[in-house]
Design a protein around this ligand. Sequence first.
Ligand code: FAD
Length: 304
Amino acid sequence: MTKQQWFQDLVMQLDSKNVKIDEALNLHTMTKMGGVADLFVTPETEDQAAYVVQYAYNNDIPLLLLGNGSNMVVRDGGVRGIVLRLEYLNKITINGNRVIAESGADIIDVSRAVASESLTGLEFACGIPGSIGGAMAMNAGAYGGEVKDVTVRTTVLTPAGEKLILSNEELEFSYRMSLIMKKGYYVLSTEFELAPGNPEEIHAKIADLTFQRESKQPLEYPSAGSVFKRPPGYFAGKLIQDSGLQGKGFGGAEVSTKHAGFIVNKKNATATDYISTIEMVKQTVKENFDVELELEVKIVGENE
Ligand code: FAD
């Protein structure tokens, strides 16, 4: 089957504006890098999303779910198969202490929405630039909080397109990991439980965390956030800084001079530049400290 055939089949169920051939993924990743997707599909309903997942499964077409692309490095040769993005499934519904957020909602927007209802528990997420789906898959966290702390249940599709509802315990959250990631499930929505809080304290906490983030992170350049997980007993950024790697890199990619845990796209970096910089950092830290840095970012796609 060709990608034109996939297109023809999918536009029987989705509007043609939601199915694109050869879409440039650098438009959809926060590093601003990456080649094209054979097919880029943005369903507008859960049923359409399930249809696309089942279609890919039944026809053996590789399927990649892209959230906000804030933790993803797409190689320069792009992605073969279908890239699915649930940006139109972005409803946020608050009911008492509970909030149901669809997969494509920004977790920053959810954090702000609950704060304005004086609910506490999601302040930590006020600066995490991911979607709800990406945050659940990665068990995103910051400043002592993680999504696992507030999750009640999450609705997912299995790779075969079957709908499941998983409780917090069933989601098997651990550091930047979940059952969703292990099984290749696709998040449709999630339900959080928060607690009533003091509005001034909530807003003061958000202001403080925003200040900390803006003063420490190189938000002025495209990046994928912290490239490496925290190795047990160390901080990745400190090991990289102590290796003298800040400002070093390949092509337009550079270890940030502001936060050594970030690799920034300083000037028209290719994914090859970015990945070469990652390899250089891993090798240098291994030589200097005998620590194997493990990737937090996901590298996907084909070399050119
Ligand atoms: P993507 O990057 O698009 O995808 C990441 C992974 O999740 C991929 O494997 C993808 O297939 C999977 N995925 C995406 N959507 C779904 C879905 N609906 N269902 C199943 N799987 C899915 N992370 C933190 O934890 N804490 C931070 O403080 C933090 N700060 C950051 C700051 C900056 C400036 C940047 C650029 C990134 C930061 N990140 C941080 C990383 C990133 O924002 C999080 O990991 C986020 O949860 C990724 O969400 P995403 O929607 O961008 O996912």
